[in-house]
Ligand binder design. Structure first.
Ligand SMILES: *[C@@H]1O[C@H](CO)[C@@H](O)[C@H](O)[C@H]1NC(C)=O
Ligand SMILES: *[C@@H]1O[C@H](CO)[C@@H](O)[C@H](O)[C@H]1NC(C)=O
Ligand SMILES: *[C@@H]1O[C@H](CO)[C@@H](O)[C@H](O)[C@H]1NC(C)=O
Length: 176
């Protein structure tokens, strides 16, 4: 009985020391280099504010594990550098990771291309929060994720139809 209680305590303490949450970044964060998070290994939750991130050394977030929840604010990179986005997704995604992608504007078909990385990493749950997606981008997203189709949740989604976008352009042209 005593032995069993001790074993339980050990298990509980181990799981507490594993319970780690790291949130970092801000509008001024422009680069992430290998070694920036030196010493951090076990993490259950990670949140990165990298809306203006311009450089990312592959692997910089690659040593963190098990990453049950990863929240990414990568508005700028999703618009300017999809290679950088792919590189980050490659480093932070595991099959058990619940990936939350916040504040993005995914209007071009190509803008969802980095999700081929989450597909390769067999991520099972993805949530878009406060995102704008065109129907075209959603169709392409589903194509990109066709192998290990993840559960997808949408919160505060702005859904814009491609044809509507075209009409808006047409309307603008008419005004001019
Ligand atoms: C995109 O990001 C990668 C990784 O930081 C970098 O090597 C590359 O030069 C960037 N590309 C552009 C066009 O900024
Ligand atoms: C939602 O995202 C837009 C940019 O796409 C941002 O300007 C806005 O502040 C975000 N809203 C919230 C509530 O975070
Ligand atoms: C929704 O998306 C459209 C097209 O990108 C944009 O014009 C509009 O401002 C967005 N609305 C919100 C509330 O983000």
């Amino acid at each position: 009985m005593m032995m069993m209680m001790m074993m339980m305590m050990v298990i509980i303490i181990r799981s507490l020391t594993r319970l780690r949450f790291l949130r970092f970044g801000n509008p001024a964060l422009e680069e992430l280099r290998r070694g920036d998070l030196a010493g951090v290994r076990q993490l259950d939750q990670l949140e990165v504010y990298g809306n203006n991130l311009k450089r990312y050394d592959p692997g910089s977030l690659g040593d963190l594990w098990p990453l049950g929840v990863v929240t990414l604010h990568l508005r700028g990179p999703f618009q300017d550098n999809l290679t950088l986005v792919s590189s980050i997704l490659h480093d932070v995604c595991y099959p058990e990771t619940f990936l939350v992608v916040v504040d993005v504007l995914l209007t071009e078909t190509n803008s969802v291309a980095p999700f081929s990385e989450t597909n390769q990493r067999r991520v099972r749950s993805i949530m878009f929060q406060n995102a704008t997606l065109t129907d075209e981008a959603i169709v392409h997203f589903l194509e990109v994720c066709h192998v290990h189709r993840p559960a997808v949740q949408m919160q505060d989604l702005n859904l814009t139809s491609f044809s509507q976008k075209e009409n808006n352009h047409a309307a603008t042209r008419n005004v001019n």
